[in-house]
Design a protein around this ligand. Structure first.
Ligand code: HEC
Ligand code: HEC
Length: 286
């Protein structure tokens, strides 16, 4: 028995009834239903034409053979093709001559800047100001040389990068096993004197002898450094690791072994040139 009285406008029932509650027959609007069927057909068609269903090692490839990876590859190829002429000009010009061609210089600096943010900023900082152990590339204090050719070589072959036979290489010995504690204290005071920092003059005097015997071969008689060995200048206030007593003692006892990857295996020669030109014009290039 229905509790509600039926009105003439009520739709018919489906004939289902539970505890006297009847199910009314309210069909979906026709336009809605046909749109719904259309989306199903479109969906099936899409999964047949495009990559869709996950399989164990990939997905169904789809009849059209579309791949987003391929699309990116094609876009990159287009950009490379568009740049091919200017890249060829960059490689044909000698490094020093690039600055005389404003269009080429602009292209190299813009390209180098973009590459720097992708490949170099994690270590050297996005503004190239460096960090402890990672040299500042904005100043004119160079470990391995600041000419365009020097910078190009450093970027192409890296520093202490084993996989590259042409990498820049040198190794400061760990003097913790070679010198006595007092000798290390003395030489640290001497390095502080060299760099114009407050120091104990009597100890520094003794340290000068230790320095001449153990350090001058790489850092130079006057501590000015040696770019062919990547030995830093110790007479300026610019430090790769630090000029306070604690850091200097740690550097002398354990030595450092800064590593920079070689990029010639990952970037093409034009990209390396762009980076060298970009780094050179940051302010410290020679
Ligand atoms: C994994 C960290 C790392 C990355 C990435 C890196 N570098 Fe370096 N880079 C170093 C270290 C460490 C040194 C110093 C090595 C040493 O102690 O002599 C260095 C040194 C340099 C030098 C020599 C500086 C001098 O004073 O002579 C240049 C130039 C340079 N990097 C440029 C680049 C460029 C350009 C890139 C990007 C293509 C890059 N680096 C990416 C770690 C890195
Ligand atoms: C075989 C060459 C060699 C000898 C010998 C050597 N050094 Fe070095 N020294 C280097 C190199 C190369 C570096 C850079 C290390 C790096 O980046 O990993 C360095 C770095 C340093 C630094 C770090 C400078 C900074 O900017 O933070 C100090 C300090 C230093 N040496 C002091 C000494 C003292 C003192 C002696 C002697 C007891 C000595 N070195 C002997 C090659 C040498």
């Amino acid at each position: 028995m229905s509790r509600k009285e039926k009105k003439p406008t009520d739709p018919g029932t489906t004939g289902h009834s539970w505890d006297g509650i009847e199910e009314l027959n309210n069909p979906l609007p026709r336009w809605w239903l046909w749109t719904f069927y259309a989306t199903i057909i479109w969906g099936i068609g899409y999964t047949i034409l495009y990559p869709a269903w996950p399989l164990i090692t990939g997905a169904t490839p789809g009849l059209l053979g579309y791949s987003s990876r391929q699309e990116v590859r094609a876009e990159i190829a287009d950009v490379s093709a568009a740049n091919a002429a200017i890249d060829a000009r960059l490689m044909a010009t000698d490094l020093a001559g690039v600055a005389k061609d404003p269009a080429l210089q602009r292209y190299a600096t813009a390209g180098g800047g973009a590459l720097f943010k992708t490949y170099c900023a994690q270590c050297h900082g996005s503004g190239a100001a460096g960090n402890v152990g990672y040299p500042n590339l904005l100043d004119d204090d160079w470990l391995w040389g600041g000419t365009l050719a020097d910078i190009n070589t450093t970027i192409a072959h890296g520093v202490r990068w084993d996989q590259d036979p042409d990498t820049r290489y040198s190794q400061m010995p760990a003097f913790g096993d070679i010198l006595t504690k007092p000798e290390i204290t003395q030489v640290v005071e001497y390095v502080r004197a060299l760099s114009g920092q407050e120091n104990d003059a009597a100890l520094a005097d003794k340290g000068k002898v230790v320095f001449g015997d153990n350090c001058a071969a790489c850092h130079g008689e006057k501590g000015k450094g040696n770019q062919s060995l990547g030995a830093p200048n110790l007479t300026d206030p610019i430090w790769l690791y630090g000029g306070d007593r604690k850091t200097l003692t740690a550097t002398v006892e354990k030595a450092r072994y800064g590593i920079m990857p070689a990029w010639s295996s990952r970037l093409d020669p034009s990209q390396i040139r762009q980076l060298a030109i970009y780094v050179h014009q940051l302010g410290g290039g020679q």
